[in-house]
Ligand binder design. Structure first.
Ligand SMILES: Nc1ncnc2c1ncn2[C@@H]1O[C@H](COP(=O)(O)OP(=O)(O)OP(=O)(O)O)[C@@H](O)[C@H]1O
Length: 398
Protein backbone atom coordinates (compact mmCIF):
# COMPACT_ATOMS: atom_id res chain seq x y z
CA UNK A 1 0.00 0.00 0.00
CA UNK A 2 1.23 3.50 -0.82
CA UNK A 3 1.79 5.37 2.48
CA UNK A 4 0.23 8.74 3.12
CA UNK A 5 2.19 11.91 3.84
CA UNK A 6 2.39 12.34 7.62
CA UNK A 7 0.98 15.84 8.02
CA UNK A 8 0.66 18.89 5.88
CA UNK A 9 -0.11 22.54 6.09
CA UNK A 10 -1.04 24.25 2.86
CA UNK A 11 -0.36 27.96 2.56
CA UNK A 12 -3.29 29.91 1.36
CA UNK A 13 -3.10 32.30 -1.59
CA UNK A 14 -1.30 35.47 -0.68
CA UNK A 15 0.06 34.15 2.61
CA UNK A 16 3.33 35.81 3.66
CA UNK A 17 2.55 38.65 1.30
CA UNK A 18 3.28 36.76 -1.88
CA UNK A 19 0.78 36.20 -4.66
CA UNK A 20 -0.03 32.92 -6.38
CA UNK A 21 0.99 30.79 -3.48
CA UNK A 22 -1.94 28.39 -3.62
CA UNK A 23 -0.99 24.77 -3.20
CA UNK A 24 2.30 25.47 -1.46
CA UNK A 25 3.28 23.59 1.69
CA UNK A 26 4.83 25.74 4.37
CA UNK A 27 5.53 23.20 7.09
CA UNK A 28 8.94 21.57 7.32
CA UNK A 29 10.18 19.19 9.96
CA UNK A 30 13.92 18.94 9.60
CA UNK A 31 16.00 21.78 10.95
CA UNK A 32 17.57 24.32 8.63
CA UNK A 33 21.28 24.67 9.36
CA UNK A 34 22.75 28.15 9.55
CA UNK A 35 26.40 27.04 9.73
CA UNK A 36 28.73 27.38 6.77
CA UNK A 37 27.90 24.69 4.26
CA UNK A 38 31.56 24.43 3.27
CA UNK A 39 32.58 23.60 6.85
CA UNK A 40 30.74 20.31 6.43
CA UNK A 41 30.95 19.59 2.71
CA UNK A 42 33.66 19.79 0.06
CA UNK A 43 32.44 20.86 -3.34
CA UNK A 44 33.86 18.76 -6.13
CA UNK A 45 35.55 21.09 -8.58
CA UNK A 46 34.62 20.86 -12.22
CA UNK A 47 31.41 20.45 -14.08
CA UNK A 48 28.14 21.41 -12.46
CA UNK A 49 25.61 18.60 -12.29
CA UNK A 50 22.95 20.92 -13.60
CA UNK A 51 21.57 24.40 -13.63
CA UNK A 52 18.08 25.79 -13.69
CA UNK A 53 16.90 29.37 -13.91
CA UNK A 54 17.44 30.12 -10.23
CA UNK A 55 19.44 27.14 -9.04
CA UNK A 56 22.74 25.45 -9.62
CA UNK A 57 23.46 21.84 -8.65
CA UNK A 58 26.97 20.71 -7.72
CA UNK A 59 28.47 17.48 -6.55
CA UNK A 60 29.87 17.53 -3.01
CA UNK A 61 31.29 15.19 -0.39
CA UNK A 62 30.25 15.20 3.24
CA UNK A 63 33.47 15.66 5.20
CA UNK A 64 32.75 13.39 8.15
CA UNK A 65 31.32 10.46 6.17
CA UNK A 66 33.01 10.76 2.76
CA UNK A 67 29.57 10.29 1.15
CA UNK A 68 28.73 11.98 -2.14
CA UNK A 69 25.72 14.28 -2.46
CA UNK A 70 24.26 16.76 -4.90
CA UNK A 71 24.02 20.28 -3.47
CA UNK A 72 21.25 22.37 -5.00
CA UNK A 73 21.96 26.08 -4.40
CA UNK A 74 18.76 28.08 -4.70
CA UNK A 75 18.45 31.85 -4.78
CA UNK A 76 15.89 33.22 -2.35
CA UNK A 77 15.21 36.38 -4.38
CA UNK A 78 14.04 35.92 -7.93
CA UNK A 79 13.09 38.78 -10.21
CA UNK A 80 12.91 41.08 -7.19
CA UNK A 81 10.53 38.78 -5.27
CA UNK A 82 11.17 36.87 -2.08
CA UNK A 83 10.80 33.22 -3.09
CA UNK A 84 11.84 31.57 0.16
CA UNK A 85 8.31 30.15 0.50
CA UNK A 86 8.71 28.28 -2.80
CA UNK A 87 11.94 26.73 -1.54
CA UNK A 88 10.30 25.77 1.76
CA UNK A 89 7.53 24.10 -0.27
CA UNK A 90 10.09 22.12 -2.29
CA UNK A 91 11.75 21.01 0.95
CA UNK A 92 8.39 20.05 2.47
CA UNK A 93 7.43 17.91 -0.52
CA UNK A 94 10.82 16.17 -0.51
CA UNK A 95 10.57 15.55 3.23
CA UNK A 96 7.13 14.14 2.97
CA UNK A 97 8.03 11.89 0.07
CA UNK A 98 11.05 10.56 1.96
CA UNK A 99 9.51 7.09 2.28
CA UNK A 100 9.23 6.78 -1.52
CA UNK A 101 12.49 5.56 -3.00
CA UNK A 102 11.50 6.79 -6.48
CA UNK A 103 11.80 10.37 -5.24
CA UNK A 104 15.25 11.85 -4.59
CA UNK A 105 16.13 11.85 -0.90
CA UNK A 106 16.75 15.11 0.94
CA UNK A 107 19.68 14.79 3.36
CA UNK A 108 20.07 18.29 4.83
CA UNK A 109 19.21 21.95 4.29
CA UNK A 110 21.48 24.96 4.81
CA UNK A 111 20.47 28.61 4.70
CA UNK A 112 22.65 31.59 3.90
CA UNK A 113 21.62 35.25 3.51
CA UNK A 114 20.78 35.00 -0.19
CA UNK A 115 20.64 31.26 -0.83
CA UNK A 116 19.42 27.96 0.49
CA UNK A 117 21.25 24.70 -0.14
CA UNK A 118 19.34 21.44 -0.50
CA UNK A 119 21.73 18.56 0.09
CA UNK A 120 20.27 15.77 -2.00
CA UNK A 121 21.07 12.13 -2.61
CA UNK A 122 23.47 12.02 -5.58
CA UNK A 123 21.98 10.39 -8.69
CA UNK A 124 25.17 9.27 -10.41
CA UNK A 125 23.53 8.21 -13.68
CA UNK A 126 22.37 11.72 -14.59
CA UNK A 127 19.26 12.60 -16.54
CA UNK A 128 17.37 10.04 -18.63
CA UNK A 129 17.35 12.87 -21.17
CA UNK A 130 20.87 11.89 -22.24
CA UNK A 131 19.68 8.40 -23.19
CA UNK A 132 16.54 9.74 -24.86
CA UNK A 133 18.59 11.75 -27.35
CA UNK A 134 21.35 9.16 -27.80
CA UNK A 135 21.83 7.28 -31.03
CA UNK A 136 20.02 3.97 -31.39
CA UNK A 137 22.73 1.68 -29.96
CA UNK A 138 22.99 3.78 -26.81
CA UNK A 139 19.34 4.68 -26.59
CA UNK A 140 16.94 2.85 -24.29
CA UNK A 141 15.68 -0.56 -25.37
CA UNK A 142 11.95 -1.06 -25.06
CA UNK A 143 12.47 -3.33 -22.04
CA UNK A 144 14.51 -0.57 -20.34
CA UNK A 145 11.73 1.92 -20.95
CA UNK A 146 9.18 -0.49 -19.50
CA UNK A 147 11.19 -1.00 -16.33
CA UNK A 148 11.94 2.70 -15.89
CA UNK A 149 8.37 3.69 -16.73
CA UNK A 150 7.06 1.35 -14.03
CA UNK A 151 9.36 3.09 -11.57
CA UNK A 152 8.30 6.57 -12.73
CA UNK A 153 4.67 5.53 -12.29
CA UNK A 154 5.38 4.19 -8.81
CA UNK A 155 6.90 7.54 -7.84
CA UNK A 156 4.20 9.64 -9.48
CA UNK A 157 1.51 7.31 -8.10
CA UNK A 158 2.91 7.91 -4.61
CA UNK A 159 2.79 11.66 -5.11
CA UNK A 160 -0.73 11.56 -6.51
CA UNK A 161 -1.98 9.34 -3.68
CA UNK A 162 -0.73 12.07 -1.42
CA UNK A 163 -2.33 14.86 -3.48
CA UNK A 164 0.90 16.25 -4.88
CA UNK A 165 1.20 17.08 -8.56
CA UNK A 166 4.72 17.47 -9.93
CA UNK A 167 3.81 19.62 -12.98
CA UNK A 168 7.26 19.49 -14.55
CA UNK A 169 7.78 15.84 -15.46
CA UNK A 170 10.29 15.72 -18.29
CA UNK A 171 13.44 13.70 -19.08
CA UNK A 172 15.64 16.32 -17.39
CA UNK A 173 13.84 15.77 -14.09
CA UNK A 174 14.06 11.98 -14.10
CA UNK A 175 17.52 10.93 -12.96
CA UNK A 176 19.24 7.57 -12.80
CA UNK A 177 21.14 6.04 -9.89
CA UNK A 178 23.69 4.77 -12.43
CA UNK A 179 24.12 4.94 -16.17
CA UNK A 180 26.00 1.74 -16.95
CA UNK A 181 24.62 -0.63 -15.86
CA UNK A 182 21.34 1.19 -16.16
CA UNK A 183 20.13 1.93 -12.64
CA UNK A 184 16.84 3.03 -11.13
CA UNK A 185 15.00 6.30 -11.50
CA UNK A 186 14.80 9.19 -9.05
CA UNK A 187 12.31 12.01 -9.56
CA UNK A 188 13.73 15.49 -8.91
CA UNK A 189 12.77 19.17 -9.07
CA UNK A 190 9.61 19.86 -7.12
CA UNK A 191 9.89 23.59 -7.77
CA UNK A 192 6.63 23.70 -9.73
CA UNK A 193 4.84 21.01 -7.75
CA UNK A 194 1.61 21.81 -5.97
CA UNK A 195 -0.51 20.29 -3.27
CA UNK A 196 -4.04 19.67 -4.53
CA UNK A 197 -6.87 20.39 -2.15
CA UNK A 198 -10.55 19.73 -2.60
CA UNK A 199 -11.60 23.31 -1.94
CA UNK A 200 -9.13 25.13 -4.14
CA UNK A 201 -8.60 25.04 -7.87
CA UNK A 202 -5.19 25.64 -9.37
CA UNK A 203 -4.97 27.22 -12.80
CA UNK A 204 -1.54 28.42 -13.69
CA UNK A 205 0.62 28.56 -16.75
CA UNK A 206 3.65 26.55 -15.84
CA UNK A 207 5.84 23.71 -16.98
CA UNK A 208 8.02 23.17 -20.00
CA UNK A 209 6.32 23.84 -23.37
CA UNK A 210 6.80 20.41 -24.97
CA UNK A 211 5.45 18.58 -21.92
CA UNK A 212 2.51 20.75 -20.81
CA UNK A 213 -1.01 19.41 -20.99
CA UNK A 214 -3.83 21.10 -22.96
CA UNK A 215 -5.61 22.22 -19.76
CA UNK A 216 -2.53 24.21 -18.73
CA UNK A 217 -2.61 26.06 -22.07
CA UNK A 218 -6.37 26.62 -21.76
CA UNK A 219 -6.07 27.93 -18.20
CA UNK A 220 -8.33 25.16 -17.00
CA UNK A 221 -7.94 23.41 -13.62
CA UNK A 222 -4.80 21.41 -13.05
CA UNK A 223 -5.03 17.94 -11.55
CA UNK A 224 -3.06 14.73 -11.20
CA UNK A 225 -4.13 14.02 -14.81
CA UNK A 226 -1.92 16.95 -15.85
CA UNK A 227 1.12 14.89 -14.80
CA UNK A 228 -0.28 11.86 -16.65
CA UNK A 229 -0.25 13.81 -19.92
CA UNK A 230 3.45 14.60 -19.33
CA UNK A 231 4.06 10.89 -18.68
CA UNK A 232 2.53 10.16 -22.10
CA UNK A 233 4.96 12.63 -23.69
CA UNK A 234 7.79 11.16 -21.63
CA UNK A 235 6.99 7.62 -22.80
CA UNK A 236 6.94 8.79 -26.43
CA UNK A 237 10.31 10.54 -26.05
CA UNK A 238 11.92 7.62 -24.20
CA UNK A 239 10.79 5.14 -26.84
CA UNK A 240 11.52 7.17 -29.96
CA UNK A 241 13.96 9.99 -29.09
CA UNK A 242 11.42 12.35 -30.63
CA UNK A 243 9.34 15.03 -29.03
CA UNK A 244 5.75 14.41 -30.18
CA UNK A 245 4.43 17.97 -30.09
CA UNK A 246 7.56 19.98 -30.82
CA UNK A 247 6.89 22.62 -33.44
CA UNK A 248 9.07 25.12 -35.24
CA UNK A 249 8.38 27.61 -32.46
CA UNK A 250 6.57 27.77 -29.15
CA UNK A 251 3.26 28.79 -30.77
CA UNK A 252 3.34 25.79 -33.10
CA UNK A 253 4.15 23.50 -30.17
CA UNK A 254 1.18 24.87 -28.24
CA UNK A 255 -1.06 24.48 -31.28
CA UNK A 256 0.10 20.87 -31.73
CA UNK A 257 -0.72 20.19 -28.08
CA UNK A 258 -4.14 21.79 -28.13
CA UNK A 259 -5.03 19.93 -31.33
CA UNK A 260 -3.44 16.68 -30.06
CA UNK A 261 -1.45 16.70 -33.26
CA UNK A 262 0.66 13.62 -32.62
CA UNK A 263 1.93 11.01 -35.07
CA UNK A 264 1.69 7.34 -34.17
CA UNK A 265 2.92 6.31 -37.61
CA UNK A 266 6.59 6.95 -36.85
CA UNK A 267 8.93 4.10 -37.76
CA UNK A 268 10.41 4.21 -34.25
CA UNK A 269 6.98 3.46 -32.75
CA UNK A 270 5.91 0.92 -35.34
CA UNK A 271 8.90 -1.27 -34.45
CA UNK A 272 7.62 -1.62 -30.90
CA UNK A 273 5.05 -3.75 -29.20
CA UNK A 274 1.64 -2.34 -30.24
CA UNK A 275 0.77 -2.12 -26.55
CA UNK A 276 3.40 0.63 -26.20
CA UNK A 277 1.47 2.89 -28.58
CA UNK A 278 -1.76 1.99 -26.82
CA UNK A 279 -0.16 3.00 -23.53
CA UNK A 280 0.82 6.42 -24.90
CA UNK A 281 -2.63 6.87 -26.46
CA UNK A 282 -4.26 6.24 -23.08
CA UNK A 283 -2.46 9.34 -21.78
CA UNK A 284 -2.32 11.83 -24.67
CA UNK A 285 -6.05 12.53 -24.43
CA UNK A 286 -7.44 16.05 -24.33
CA UNK A 287 -9.96 15.49 -21.56
CA UNK A 288 -8.05 15.06 -18.28
CA UNK A 289 -10.74 12.80 -16.81
CA UNK A 290 -10.34 10.34 -19.68
CA UNK A 291 -6.61 9.85 -19.15
CA UNK A 292 -5.33 6.75 -17.39
CA UNK A 293 -4.21 7.25 -13.79
CA UNK A 294 -0.79 6.16 -12.51
CA UNK A 295 -2.35 3.10 -10.89
CA UNK A 296 -4.17 2.15 -14.09
CA UNK A 297 -0.98 2.60 -16.09
CA UNK A 298 0.84 0.20 -13.80
CA UNK A 299 -1.74 -2.40 -14.73
CA UNK A 300 -1.48 -1.69 -18.46
CA UNK A 301 -0.73 -4.74 -20.58
CA UNK A 302 2.44 -3.13 -21.99
CA UNK A 303 3.97 -2.81 -18.53
CA UNK A 304 2.78 -6.18 -17.30
CA UNK A 305 4.48 -8.14 -20.06
CA UNK A 306 8.12 -9.09 -19.68
CA UNK A 307 10.47 -9.80 -22.57
CA UNK A 308 10.21 -13.58 -22.45
CA UNK A 309 9.40 -14.64 -25.99
CA UNK A 310 12.14 -15.06 -28.59
CA UNK A 311 12.92 -12.33 -31.09
CA UNK A 312 11.39 -14.50 -33.88
CA UNK A 313 8.12 -14.69 -32.00
CA UNK A 314 8.10 -11.01 -31.24
CA UNK A 315 9.06 -9.87 -34.73
CA UNK A 316 12.45 -9.05 -36.18
CA UNK A 317 12.00 -5.32 -35.85
CA UNK A 318 11.34 -5.24 -32.12
CA UNK A 319 13.69 -2.75 -30.48
CA UNK A 320 13.95 -4.87 -27.34
CA UNK A 321 15.39 -7.73 -29.39
CA UNK A 322 18.50 -5.69 -30.25
CA UNK A 323 21.36 -7.16 -28.17
CA UNK A 324 23.06 -5.00 -25.55
CA UNK A 325 26.38 -3.51 -26.71
CA UNK A 326 29.19 -5.16 -24.70
CA UNK A 327 32.37 -4.48 -26.65
CA UNK A 328 35.20 -2.41 -25.18
CA UNK A 329 34.68 -0.03 -28.10
CA UNK A 330 31.68 1.25 -26.20
CA UNK A 331 33.81 2.48 -23.32
CA UNK A 332 36.24 4.20 -25.72
CA UNK A 333 33.28 5.90 -27.32
CA UNK A 334 32.21 7.04 -23.90
CA UNK A 335 35.28 9.23 -23.51
CA UNK A 336 34.52 11.01 -26.77
CA UNK A 337 30.88 11.10 -25.88
CA UNK A 338 31.60 12.70 -22.51
CA UNK A 339 33.36 15.64 -24.14
CA UNK A 340 30.63 16.00 -26.72
CA UNK A 341 28.01 15.57 -24.00
CA UNK A 342 29.56 18.33 -21.94
CA UNK A 343 29.43 20.87 -24.74
CA UNK A 344 25.92 19.80 -25.68
CA UNK A 345 24.78 20.03 -22.08
CA UNK A 346 26.11 23.56 -21.79
CA UNK A 347 24.00 24.57 -24.75
CA UNK A 348 21.05 22.69 -23.38
CA UNK A 349 21.27 24.35 -20.01
CA UNK A 350 21.26 27.76 -21.64
CA UNK A 351 18.20 26.77 -23.57
CA UNK A 352 16.50 25.41 -20.49
CA UNK A 353 17.35 28.55 -18.56
CA UNK A 354 15.89 30.63 -21.35
CA UNK A 355 12.77 28.48 -21.19
CA UNK A 356 12.87 27.86 -24.90
CA UNK A 357 11.98 24.81 -26.87
CA UNK A 358 13.82 22.23 -28.77
CA UNK A 359 15.71 19.51 -26.91
CA UNK A 360 14.38 16.74 -29.06
CA UNK A 361 13.52 16.69 -32.68
CA UNK A 362 10.07 17.05 -34.14
CA UNK A 363 8.41 13.85 -35.18
CA UNK A 364 7.13 15.27 -38.46
CA UNK A 365 10.29 16.82 -39.88
CA UNK A 366 12.50 13.83 -40.42
CA UNK A 367 11.61 13.13 -44.04
CA UNK A 368 13.20 16.34 -45.22
CA UNK A 369 16.52 15.67 -43.46
CA UNK A 370 19.69 13.98 -44.65
CA UNK A 371 20.87 11.07 -42.45
CA UNK A 372 23.56 13.31 -40.98
CA UNK A 373 21.09 16.11 -40.23
CA UNK A 374 18.73 13.54 -38.74
CA UNK A 375 21.44 12.42 -36.32
CA UNK A 376 22.08 15.99 -35.22
CA UNK A 377 18.48 17.11 -35.04
CA UNK A 378 17.53 13.95 -33.18
CA UNK A 379 19.69 15.23 -30.36
CA UNK A 380 18.84 18.93 -30.33
CA UNK A 381 17.09 21.64 -32.18
CA UNK A 382 17.96 25.23 -31.31
CA UNK A 383 15.62 27.49 -33.13
CA UNK A 384 14.45 30.04 -30.67
CA UNK A 385 16.49 33.11 -29.81
CA UNK A 386 18.07 32.76 -26.38
CA UNK A 387 16.01 35.63 -25.07
CA UNK A 388 16.30 34.59 -21.45
CA UNK A 389 20.06 34.47 -21.42
CA UNK A 390 20.42 37.65 -19.40
CA UNK A 391 18.34 36.03 -16.70
CA UNK A 392 20.78 33.18 -16.08
CA UNK A 393 22.00 33.94 -12.57
CA UNK A 394 25.64 34.55 -11.88
CA UNK A 395 25.29 35.38 -8.22
CA UNK A 396 25.72 32.03 -6.56
CA UNK A 397 28.17 32.13 -3.72
CA UNK A 398 29.53 28.69 -4.55
N1 LIG B 1 20.29 14.75 -6.87
C1 LIG B 1 20.88 14.99 -8.04
N2 LIG B 1 21.88 14.21 -8.48
C2 LIG B 1 22.46 14.46 -9.68
N3 LIG B 1 22.11 15.47 -10.50
C3 LIG B 1 21.13 16.30 -10.08
C4 LIG B 1 20.46 16.10 -8.85
N4 LIG B 1 19.50 17.05 -8.71
C5 LIG B 1 19.55 17.79 -9.83
N5 LIG B 1 20.53 17.36 -10.66
C6 LIG B 1 20.85 17.92 -11.97
O1 LIG B 1 20.63 19.32 -11.94
C7 LIG B 1 19.59 19.67 -12.86
C8 LIG B 1 18.80 20.83 -12.32
O2 LIG B 1 18.18 20.41 -11.12
P1 LIG B 1 16.70 20.84 -10.81
O3 LIG B 1 15.83 20.47 -11.98
O4 LIG B 1 16.31 20.32 -9.48
O5 LIG B 1 16.91 22.42 -10.77
P2 LIG B 1 15.91 23.58 -11.17
O6 LIG B 1 16.61 24.87 -11.07
O7 LIG B 1 14.72 23.49 -10.33
O8 LIG B 1 15.68 23.25 -12.69
P3 LIG B 1 14.59 23.79 -13.69
O9 LIG B 1 14.90 25.23 -13.96
O10 LIG B 1 14.80 22.87 -14.88
O11 LIG B 1 13.27 23.58 -13.04
C9 LIG B 1 18.80 18.39 -13.09
O12 LIG B 1 18.13 18.39 -14.33
C10 LIG B 1 19.93 17.36 -13.02
O13 LIG B 1 20.61 17.28 -14.25
Amino acid sequence: MIPEFPSRTICSRGQEGVQNRSGLLCDIHSGIKREMFTDYYTLIPGKELGRGKFAVVKKCVERNTGREYAAKFMRKRRKGQDCRAEIIHEIAVLEQASSCHRVINLHEVYEMPSEMVLVLEFAAGGEIFNRCVAERDEAFKEEDVKRLMRQILEGVGFLHKNNVVHLDLKPQNILLTSDDPLGDIKIVDFGLSRMMSSNQEIREIMGTPEYVAPEVLNYEPISTATDMWSIGVLAYVMLTGMSPFLGADKQETFLNISQINVSYAEEELERLDKAATHFIKSLLIKEPEDRATAEECLKHQWLLTQETESSEEKGKNTVSSIPEPVSTAVSTQHTDKDVEEESRLKEELIVMAAYTLGQCRQSSDKESLTPEQKAISKRFKFEEPFTGLQEVPGEFIY
